[in-house]
Design a protein around this ligand. Structure first.
Ligand code: FE2
Length: 420
């Protein structure tokens, strides 16, 4: 019996949740093991990783793997470092860019927004996801500065993205699901959080999708090993069926397939100044996907996941995972930070922040059918200086001077936007 699936957001969410949960439970039970037995296998594996992370923290070790850009460029990353990257699913790339280059980009952004009178014309947060109180924004809804585009199309960015993409299985069953050597330059915003800032941070959540993760045919195939009880075969690095299917629209959606989320530091940031945290266990996705099928969760509830809101992870349903939440180490301007697209993450709160907290969000979004489709929209937004369609329609840059232009694109930039 195929699973019921909805290629568009179901009109009646509680009914659809009940239906899909019943079908998933039945399909798992057909494997000869109950949902509880299958979940226990996942829980044991995840618990071992949590224990390892908790112990590493207790020993005062940095949980996040750190690899130098020079080793990535030279192809000299050790097997042990690659193994740790794959185990933890996250990475700091030291010296991804020269510190002076990153500080120059930060200054360039300031000049770009000031000469175009951004602060005078700022209309407040365009969404409530990153919304913060105060007249000056911390998230700049700016996409097309020279700094951002130079970083996106740089050889150094392309090299790191290819290195990260290649941690994934991109070809299987005779299909190349994505091209690890070509990025689609997913445009995102900038964060500049000033010295002295108080910030509530951002709660633990994940970004790959919402109810569509259980309900569309493509995701049901992507998570087939979880949904047919064969959990030992689930591989969080397998891109099969993830790069073409539909997603339910919503204000928090990401149209692109990202192997890793990421940002590049434009200022030095100490580890205790409201920085990014993850639950550094890629396989925890199995836990997150199966947890709603246990009997203590109401039949019409997916552990709080619903459309148009980020996928929440919390103590109520995922207490075990929360113990592993781990922050990045100190970073310098020019370092970059990456985490597997399915991993739980948060931004810690900070009071009276020391130093700036400035980043450019640049993920790894390799070329695939989904990203090729979105690239058509990105091209149009780039040429007109508009906000890309995944983001609020603020369009600040349309008539700005000194925007990065088509003539400034290099080969990587043109390939990334689908112009060649
Ligand atoms: Fe997020």
């Amino acid at each position: 019996m195929p699973l019921p699936h909805w290629e568009e957001t179901p009109a009646d969410l509680p009914t659809a949740i009940r239906e899909v949960k019943t079908a998933l439970r039945k399909q798992i039970a057909a494997s000869g093991r109950t949902v509880e037995e299958v979940f226990a296998v996942v829980e044991r594996k995840v618990a071992a990783e949590v224990a390892d992370i908790v112990a590493a923290k207790a020993r005062g070790e940095t949980v996040w793997p750190v690899i130098s850009y020079d080793d990535i460029e030279a192809g000299t990353v050790s097997a042990a470092d690659v193994a740790l990257l794959r185990r933890r699913g996250c990475l700091v790339v030291r010296g991804h860019f020269e510190r002076s280059q990153a500080l120059g980009w930060d200054a360039g952004i300031v000049q770009y927004v000031e000469e175009n009178k951004f602060f005078e014309n700022y209309r407040g947060p365009g969404d409530d996801f990153f919304g913060s109180v105060g007249s000056k924004p911390e998230i700049y809804p700016i996409y097309w500065s020279r700094a951002q585009m130079e970083a996106r199309q740089s050889d150094r960015m392309a090299r790191v993205q290819a290195f990260l993409n290649n941690q994934w299985k991109h070809t299987s069953d005779g299909v190349q699901w994505f091209d690890p050597e070509r990025d689609s330059l997913y445009p995102d915003r900038i964060r500049r959080r000033p010295e002295g800032a108080d910030s509530a941070g951002l709660g633990t959540h994940l970004d790959p999708g919402t109810l569509d993760l259980w309900m569309t045919e493509a995701y049901q195939q992507a998570f087939r090993h979880l949904f047919n009880g064969d959990v030992e075969k689930y591989d969080p690095w397998d891109a099969a069926y993830r790069t073409a299917g539909p997603q339910y629209p919503g204000t928090t959606m990401c149209s692109a397939f990202r192997t890793f989320q990421g940002w590049t530091a434009l200022s030095d940031m100490a580890h205790d100044q409201g920085v990014l945290h993850t639950v550094p266990i890629p396989g925890a996705m199995a836990y997150l996907m199966l947890r709603p099928l246990l009997n203590d969760v109401p039949d019409d509830d997916m552990c709080g996941v619903t459309v148009n809101q980020v996928f929440p992870a919390d103590d109520k349903w995922h207490g075990l995972l929360m113990e592993a939440l781990s922050g990045i180490p100190d970073v310098q301007a020019g370092d970059s930070v990456w985490w597997h697209c399915d991993m739980i993450h948060s931004v810690a709160p900070v009071q009276d922040q020391k130093g700036w907290g400035n980043v450019m969000y640049i993920p790894a979004a390799p070329w695939c059918p989904r990203n090729e489709t979105y690239a058509a929209n990105v091209r149009e937004a780039f040429l007109s200086g508009s906000s890309p369609s995944d983001f609020p329609a603020e369009h600040y840059e349309r008539d700005w001077t000194n925007r990065f232009t088509e003539a400034d694109l290099n080969e990587t930039g043109r390939r990334g936007l689908g112009l060649v």
